[in-house]
Design a protein around this ligand. Structure first.
Ligand SMILES: Nc1ncnc2c1ncn2[C@@H]1O[C@H](COP(=O)(O)OP(=O)(O)OP(=O)(O)O)[C@@H](O)[C@H]1O
Ligand SMILES: [Zn+2]
Length: 663
């Protein structure tokens, strides 16, 4: 009697056997409905076998094998199996995540009537490639088999043009191409650009903001081989593509490629594995590659392709450091920046003031009694949002009205401390009454529609001064923008996270790169109290490589990634004691593993997380480190078994994060 082994979306690292008399090998990769407890669940068939290890009379029968769509192909199952192994996540959780929600639930989207074609503008003549662009395209198109290529190109160097040419070559050969882009906002512009370039191609988008049916349809189109190009955010790495011949990861350094909950995967890393699995090339592109990627390119493991100059503008923007140590700032702005803004206004050009902190002020305080606005649920301050008179926790979303008087002592003179984008916006509007000031952050661009409207306003040229967070940093071309001022950047210089400098450098380089992209020369002003800091000096010289090398030297000495490999075990519970006790037990459990496994890793002491309390849960973490990735993997696999067996207090939850990005 045939049985099927099914991956179910449950936090248990095993498959579930069911009787399925009419099943055949061709059912592997099909979705199946099975009884589970009192309910029914949908899973994916991983194996069809003649017998189970469990006695047949203990097994239940499947309810139905869904044969209404093609089976998920073996490569797709292998990709999920790799993620399950590498990220130590049950296979059923992985397959469930990798399927669009509608398909995961066992449903199918309705067939769309004749697909409406979006009106595509008439083709514009292709730009003549620069020699460096041509060399990059040739290198990508000519390689055979698996290769990882790093396209390191300064901002505005025409990386996208290189991707499009390479994709063109792949389509001409009858292949499919997958292009991954960072979260938020970038995709609509890019979709337009790709659609305009390939009017005859079937382009499928995949991101979490899409309606269920559209996502499921895109998945089915990709699975059937009907899609030529799949363009999407990190989850698109799981799109099945039978003729896949090229993967592109744009802005490969972007942290949004790493998922921070559930399946904690890095879409970039999974994409590299997938390219290897399929023996195809993968292009990682960035002006500021992640240090991991840059390291691989330096050692020759990845092939480095360089675009050292801008494609249209004559030169890179001039970067200047504004030393604010001896200056009395006006609401946080230096005389130099104010003068620069004034000058741009007079010339009818746009400016951008970059401050990576939204809200009006990070905290509201009562100086006489010492009260400050704290979140009841998190170990964090409530941020003052004057725009709608709320205090908000940026971690858990809790919000409340701004109190009229201090809740502790009744004093009515509450003071906002520090500065966010709303405060800058207010100040700039007062200071430059004739200017139109536009704030762009997650509050003002809270929906895709609002975000599109804001972008349209900028492109029309009707905004003079933009105040924005990193939302504006990536991928945009604003021809009138000639000045970028960065304020409040110093805070990230001395952050505890060893990746903070890497992130700050990338952010400043990206945001500075928005200026002077057309015929007008660009200027970047960075306000700082540390004018000689090597990070800023490297920005002045546009010298990513110098910065990256010095960071890598520091990491090598400290034994941080990419010179070591890490995993983080995190636990959250009602009390910190419980969390730390669980982590201590987990550490203890490692000591009973064979020495050959345990000796290759270092387990650090359990400690409270930086944000100790989130949503009333107390959180702790335990870092595991090894000099060898395979050794770490082998250890984690054995360790996980012990962890699943540990006793835990009610309400405690834990997870393992492999290659964690946040500490
Ligand atoms: N060879 C070329 N000749 C003329 N224009 C070009 C050429 N290559 C690209 N461009 C144009 O230059 C601009 C910047 O190119 P693109 O957006 O591809 O750069 P990028 O490197 O991806 O930028 P960033 O990383 O800063 O977002 C675009 O408007 C693009 O159409
Ligand atoms: Zn909170």
């Amino acid at each position: 009697m045939n049985i099927v082994r099914v991956a179910l979306d449950l936090p248990l690292p095993r498959l579930f056997d069911y009787l399925a008399p009419d099943s055949a090998q061709s059912d592997i990769g099909r979705r199946v409905i099975v009884p589970f407890g009192k309910a029914s669940r949908t899973g994916v068939i991983i194996e069809v076998a003649a017998a189970s290890e469990h006695p047949d009379d203990k097994l239940k029968a499947v309810t139905e094998i869904l044969r209404d769509m093609p089976a998920l192909p073996p490569e797709w199952l292998a990709l999920c199996e790799f993620c399950a192994r590498y990220y130590q996540t049950p296979l059923g959780e992985v397959t469930s995540f990798a399927l669009p929600p509608m398909l995961r639930r066992g449903k199918l989207p309705r067939i769309r009537k004749a697909a409406q074609k979006i009106a595509v503008p008439p083709p514009t003549p292709l730009p003549q490639l620069l020699a460096s662009q041509q060399a990059a395209v040739d290198a990508i198109v000519e390689v055979a088999g698996f290769h990882t290529l790093l396209l390191h190109g300064v901002t505005g160097s025409g990386k996208t043009e290189v991707y499009l040419r390479a994709i063109d070559a792949v389509l001409a050969r009858g292949g499919q191409a997958l292009m991954l882009v960072p979260e938020i906002a970038l995709t609509p512009q890019l979709e337009g650009r790709v659609a305009a370039r390939f009017p005859a191609a079937h382009i499928v988008c995949a991101n979490s903001g899409m309606a269920d049916a559209a996502r499921a349809r895109g998945f089915l189109d990709a699975l059937a081989g009907r899609a030529d190009i799949v363009l999407g955010t990190r989850l698109a790495v799981f799109m099945p593509m039978p003729r896949l011949q090229l993967i592109v990861v744009d802005e490969e350094h972007d942290a949004s490629f790493k998922q921070q909950d559930g399946l904690r995967y890095s879409a970039r890393d999974v994409a590299v594995w997938r390219a290897h699995q399929l023996s195809i090339p993968i292009v990682l592109g960035s002006a500021t590659p992640s240090l991991e990627t840059f390291h691989h390119a330096s050692t020759g493991r990845y092939k480095m392709l360089e675009l050292p100059e801008r494609a249209v503008a004559d030169a890179m923007p001039v970067v200047r450091i504004v030393d604010t140590r001896r200056e009395k700032l006006q609401e946080g702005l230096s005389a130099a920046l104010l003068a620069g803004l004034q000058q741009r206004l007079e010339r009818g050009e746009q400016s951008l003031v970059f401050l990576n902190r939204r809200g009006y002020a990070p905290v509201l305080a009562c100086p006489p009694c010492g009260w400050i606005s704290r979140c009841q649920r998190c170990a964090a301050n409530l941020v003052l949002h004057l725009a709608d008179q709320r205090l908000r926790c940026h971690h858990c979303g809790f919000e409340t009205r701004v109190p009229r008087a201090c809740p502790d002592c009744g004093n009515v003179d509450l003071l906002p401390f520090g500065r966010g984008t709303q405060r800058l916006e207010t100040m700039l509007a007062e200071r430059f009454p004739e200017a139109s000031v536009l704030r762009i952050d997650r509050d003002s661009a809270s929906t895709p529609k609002k975000w599109q409207a804001l972008l349209a306003t900028i492109h029309e040229g009707s905004a003079d001064i933009l105040v924005g967070t990193q939302m504006l940093a990536k991928g945009h071309d604003f021809p009138l923008l000639t000045l970028v001022g960065a304020v409040g950047a110093d805070a990230a210089l001395f952050a505890a996270d060893f990746r903070a400098p890497e992130r700050l450098f990338a952010q400043l380089m990206q945001v500075g790169g928005r200026s002077g992209r057309a015929d007008l020369p660009g200027e970047v002003l960075i306000q700082t109290e540390y004018p000689d800091h090597p990070l800023y000096r490297a920005l002045v010289d546009h010298d990513y490589v110098r910065f990256a090398r010095s960071q890598l030297d520091e990491r090598r000495i400290a034994g941080f990634p990419p010179f070591s490999f890490q995993a983080m075990l995190r636990a959250e519970a009602r009390s910190m004691e419980q969390s730390l006790a669980f982590l201590a037990a987990a550490r203890e459990a490692a000591t009973i593993l064979p020495n050959s496994l345990a000796d290759a890793v270092t387990l650090y002491d359990p400690v409270p997380m930086r944000l100790q309390r989130l949503m009333t849960l107390e959180r702790g973490q335990l870092l595991v480190e090894s000099l060898s990735r395979p050794a770490l993997q082998a250890f984690l696999t054995a360790w996980m078994e012990k962890l699943y067996a540990l006793k835990m207090p009610g309400g405690l939850r834990w997870h393992l994060d492999v290659d964690p990005l946040e500490f």
